[in-house]
Every structure is written in structure tokens, then in C-alpha cells.
Design a protein around this ligand. Structure first.
Ligand code: 5GP
Length: 197
């Protein structure tokens, strides 16, 4: 059953649409949302809950809200999460509901940087949202970017690339496809689609 708050959120956002940015692992979604968070005062980039350990350079409360699996489950049970998913069959990630409602009410342009499962949930829950798929110029680029990042061990990298192969086939489900060849161009395109510039 749809949470009442989510129903209201969908009505609220008809004029000022929420944007979903999805796409395979290491394609650069994080870099794009980081730029938008820093540069655009009119944007609200949602900070997800996760039980994955933070990477070096990630700041709790800025890039993710780091919590335990039990805490995560409690928030889901209490209806505090807009959407959530177990990503790469491993960790839980979820979008906090209240901050998104507040941002929409404040007239901010909301960006949700989430995985494909999350994008599909949002399509069902908030059909008025705007959906962007961020694609790499080609699959080899993705493999290279994943290797360069090298914050994950080898098994984790393989798991992520397996998910990426499946995710790459979902492009057609999105309203827009942005190719992340040069980061600054991709940022501009996403800003434009969000109605920021
Ligand atoms: P990472 O561990 O690389 O930060 O994120 C792994 C995947 O989880 C990425 O595809 C990222 O977009 C996705 N993700 C991050 N936050 C959320 C969220 O709140 N919900 C969902 N469904 N996916 C998320």
C-alpha cells in the first residue's frame, strides 16, 4: 500500500518535478551529484541511508547517512523511507522521505541518485518524476573507471560489473539518456534537464 505521505509528495511535485539519476556502477553518478550539490543552491541532492561502510573521503551526513542494518530495517518499517533497495546483492540503500518532502515544499529541485531498482520504485510511486539514465560512452570505459576507483576488492568489482551489464539494458525505461564522456558537459546536461539552468 502506498504511504499517504508519498501520495501527497507526488501531488506536490507535479509542478516542480523530482529528478531521478540512475545508471550503472562507476559511470559517474556520484561525481555529477557532488558537483550539483556544491554548485547549485536551488538543488537538493538527497542523502541516502546505507549500511555500507563509508569510503575514504565520504563524509557521514553529506554523502551518505551511515547506519546499521537493524536501524535501516526500523526506518523502513516506520515508513520513513521513500524507496530502498539491496544493491549488488549486498548492502541496503534508501532515500529518506521527510527531507525530500521538505525540499519540494521549499521549491528546491530535488535529485535522487539511486540504482535501477530504486528508479523503478520511484516510477511506480511518483509517476510525475523525471528519469535520467547516465550512460558511459561504452562498456570498456566503465570497466576502466571501476578499476581506477579501486576502492572495492576484486570480487566486489566483479559483482558491480555484473550488475552494470544488466543495468545497461534498461536505458529504454528512462525519459532521457545522458552520456558521461566529459564530466562538465554531463553536469550541464543534467542541470538543464532538472530545470536548474
Ligand atoms: P555506492 O556503494 O557505489 O555508493 O552505490 C551503489 C549503488 O547504490 C549506486 O548505483 C547508487 O546510485 C545506489 N544508491 C545510492 N543511494 C541509493 C538509494 O537511496 N536508493 C537506491 N535504490 N539506490 C541507491
Amino acid at each position: 500500500m502506498k504511504n499517504k505521505k508519498i501520495e501527497q509528495l507526488d501531488k506536490l511535485q507535479i509542478k516542480n518535478r523530482i529528478t531521478v539519476l540512475a545508471g550503472p556502477t562507476a559511470v559517474g553518478k556520484g561525481s555529477i551529484s557532488e558537483q550539483i550539490r556544491k554548485l547549485d543552491k536551488k538543488a537538493f541532492v538527497s542523502v541516502s541511508y546505507t549500511n555500507r561502510k563509508l569510503r575514504p573521503g565520504e563524509v557521514n551526513g553529506v554523502h551518505y547517512n551511515s547506519i546499521s542494518e537493524n536501524e535501516f530495517q526500523k526506518l523502513v518499517d516506520e515508513g520513513e523511507i521513500l524507496e530502498w533497495a539491496k544493491v549488488h546483492n549486498q548492502y541496503y540503500y534508501g532515500t529518506p522521505l521527510d527531507p525530500v518532502i521538505k525540499a519540494v515544499k521549499d521549491g528546491k529541485k530535488v535529485l535522487l541518485e539511486i540504482d535501477l531498482q530504486g528508479a523503478r520504485s520511484i516510477r511506480r510511486l511518483l509517476p510525475h518524476a523525471r528519469f535520467i539514465f547516465l550512460a558511459p560512452p561504452n562498456f570498456d570505459t566503465l570497466v576502466e573507471r571501476q578499476k581506477i576507483r579501486s576502492t572495492e576488492d576484486f570480487d566486489e568489482q566483479l559483482r558491480r560489473l555484473e550488475t552494470a551489464k544488466v543495468e545497461m539494458q534498461s536505458e529504454g525505461e528512462f525519459d532521457y539518456v545522458v552520456i558521461n564522456d566529459k564530466l562538465e558537459d554531463a553536469v550541464k546536461e543534467v542541470e538543464h534537464l532538472m530545470g536548474l539552468k
